[in-house]
Every structure is written in structure tokens, then in C-alpha cells.
Design a binder for this molecule. Structure first.
Ligand code: SF4
Ligand code: SF4
Length: 325
């Protein structure tokens, strides 16, 4: 896919994430051949044999667009984010982890030391390696081995470098990836700082189950597996938390179509600063009582409150700001 120096240069990178965003790119299938004809992929370590030296050898600003997926969890992630920022004209936070931390960001409930303690010492499934912690530098007969430093907490890409565009989703759906590539290749980029590959509406706005108006009242929340879910009725009306009211649309509603509530992976819509607290506010408006004890019972029925409200957005939340700034 390399060769011409007249084609736009594109880079993809995978930092602290599951890699699902990169899988979405490969799901372009035969359209990847078209992409390869239109652009010069200069860095994509997930799929092709590139080295960091290949990026270092590029001129500053030589990469036209970098799709950076994953949060910043260690010193290597941070170094490459800064390197790619310097080499790229346009930096896209690609997917939920880069945008708002996603599932790895939930680890910000704990500090680095307690995470290391849990992973390398107290987890029951550990074998003889129990208690051996990774060291940044180790001497072995062959020489010195270095490992990236595990940071105190996970940062979003925009907390480390300047980001031009934000592309949400866990992962962004393949049609949105295709749309964004076409927009970029057509030179029709919106204003810097825009969300791309998603819609302005909320998931509720486009949900076919949105027929209840303001009549929903809830006394107790259930988890999806505890309810015989009616596929024609709004999840919230069935007492199952759905983040549709506080989530940006654009995914095509695969969860709703699969009879599962929205978990919020496309992040907050325009005007919502903190997705989790906005959800709590929306839920509070649905509670069917003013009695403090009944209200407490309703709130207690939410299992894993933080993980439910901030499943994708904790590292980019007001809670995170209060803890780390
Ligand atoms: S709360 Fe969920 S199920 Fe109900 S209308 Fe909104 S997106 Fe659809
Ligand atoms: S319905 Fe919600 S959780 Fe599911 S893909 Fe869409 S935004 Fe993500």
C-alpha cells in the first residue's frame, strides 16, 4: 500500500484498548483495497510490519491523518501519542478509549499501586509468579530489558496531546469509519474539535421504542437478565437502565435491535459535559416516589452505579477531574 508520495499519508495506532477499533478497520473488507489505492498507509502496526523508527523518520506534519485508538496508560502510549501528534497534520481520537477512556478508564477508580498489587499478587489464579512485579528496567544475561512505565491513571488522548477530531464508539461502526474516510479524502473536514462519524441526535431520538413520552415511572431497577424483555417496549419503561437519553446516536442501534439496552458507548451528545451525572439526573426524574426510603431503595437497586453510569466515560468525567487535577 506504500509507494506513491502524492497520495495522502494515513497512520493508525493502537494504545491502551482492546483493539476492537482496529478490527473495525479490517472489517472494511474489500473496501480496504480501495483505501489502499487512495492513501499511503505509513504506519499500522496492528496489520503491517511497521516499526517506531519508520514514524521517527517521517518529517514533522508529513502524515495527513492519524487515527489514534486507545487511552494513555503507560509511558510508551504517551511517547507515541506525542510522536504521532508531531508527525500528523490531523489527529483523530478514534473510538471510545481515545475519546473518553472507555472500559480501561474504569481503572481510574484505583491507583496504579493497588492495580499492580491486585494483578500481580492477590488474584487467586496466579501461579508461581505471585508477587513478581514488572520492573521498568531488568538486567538479564543478554543485557538490559526495559518496560514502559505504568502511569498513575489512564488519560484520554486529548488530555495528552491536541486532538483535531473526535470519533466515538466502542468500536465505531464500520459504516461510520468508511464515511469518515470518504469525508477526509474528499477534503470536507468540519471545524477543528468536531465530533465526526456520529450524529447530533441522541440514541433515544432515533430509537423505534421511543413511544412512552414522559409517562415512564420506576420503583426498582433490574438487570437485563432478570427481566423477560419485551422487544417492543422501551427498556427504561421495563425498569432496565438504558443510556439512550444521554448517548450520541450514529451507531445504527445494534444493541437495541439485539434486545439489549444502550450502554452509552458513543459518548455524550452535544451540550452534555458529564454523561454519568446526566444519566443520574434523567433517572431521578423517572422515580415514582418522593419518599426518601423508597428513593433509597430505588437507587440501591442499581448494581454497580459507577460502572453503569460511567462505563465508557469515567476518565473524561467530572469525577476524574476532581480526583486527578
Ligand atoms: S431509553 Fe433506550 S429503549 Fe427507551 S427509547 Fe431511549 S434508547 Fe430506546
Ligand atoms: S446502542 Fe448504545 S451501546 Fe450500543 S452501539 Fe449504540 S451507542 Fe453503543
Amino acid at each position: 500500500m506504500t509507494g506513491s508520495n502524492t497520495k495522502p499519508k494515513v497512520a493508525f495506532y493502537w494504545a491502551a484498548s482492546c483493539g476492537g477499533c482496529e478490527i473495525t478497520v479490517t472489517e472494511l473488507g474489500m473496501r480496504l483495497v480501495t483505501v489502499g489505492e487512495l492513501v499511503d498507509i505509513v504506519f499500522w502496526p496492528c496489520a503491517m510490519d511497521f516499526k517506531y523508527e519508520d514514524v521517527e523518520a517521517l518529517q514533522d506534519g508529513e502524515v495527513d491523518v492519524c487515527f489514534f485508538n486507545g487511552g494513555i496508560r503507560n509511558s510508551e502510549n504517551e511517547h507515541i501519542a506525542k510522536l504521532l501528534r508531531r508527525k500528523s497534520k490531523v489527529m483523530v481520537a478514534f473510538g471510545s478509549c481515545a475519546n473518553e477512556g472507555c472500559i480501561p478508564g474504569l481503572a481510574n477508580l484505583f491507583d496504579a499501586e493497588s492495580i499492580m498489587e491486585r494483578v500481580y499478587t492477590t488474584i487467586p489464579s496466579l501461579d508461581d509468579s505471585r508477587g513478581t512485579l514488572p520492573a521498568p528496567s531488568s538486567q538479564v544475561p543478554e543485557g538490559e530489558i526495559e518496560l514502559p512505565l505504568f502511569c498513575d491513571h489512564l488519560k484520554t488522548l486529548a488530555q495528552v496531546v491536541d486532538v483535531d477530531y473526535f470519533m466515538p464508539g466502542c468500536p465505531p461502526v464500520v459504516e461510520q469509519v468508511w464515511n469518515v474516510l470518504q469525508v477526509i479524502l474528499g477534503g470536507q473536514l468540519p471545524a477543528k474539535g468536531s465530533v465526526i462519524g456520529a450524529d447530533d441526535k441522541t440514541v433515544c431520538d432515533v430509537c423505534p421504542l421511543n413511544k412512552m413520552g414522559s409517562s415512564i415511572r420506576i420503583k426498582e431497577f433490574k438487570r437485563p437478565h432478570e427481566v423477560d424483555l419485551d422487544p417492543d417496549v422501551c427498556f427504561l419503561a421495563q425498569g432496565v437502565i438504558c443510556l439512550g437519553p444521554v448517548t450520541r446516536a450514529g451507531c445504527g442501534l445494534p444493541c437495541i435491535q439485539g434486545n439489549m439496552p444502550c450502554r452509552g458507548c458513543y459518548g455524550p451528545p452535544d451540550g452534555v459535559v458529564d454523561q454519568g451525572s446526566k444519566l443520574l439526573s434523567a433517572i431521578a426524574g423517572l422515580m415514582d416516589t418522593d419518599n426518601p426510603e423508597e428513593l433509597e431503595h430505588t437507587m440501591d437497586s442499581i448494581v454497580d452505579l459507577v460502572g453503569t453510569c460511567y462505563r465508557f466515560s469515567l476518565a473524561d468525567s467530572v469525577l476524574n477531574e476532581l480526583k486527578y487535577k
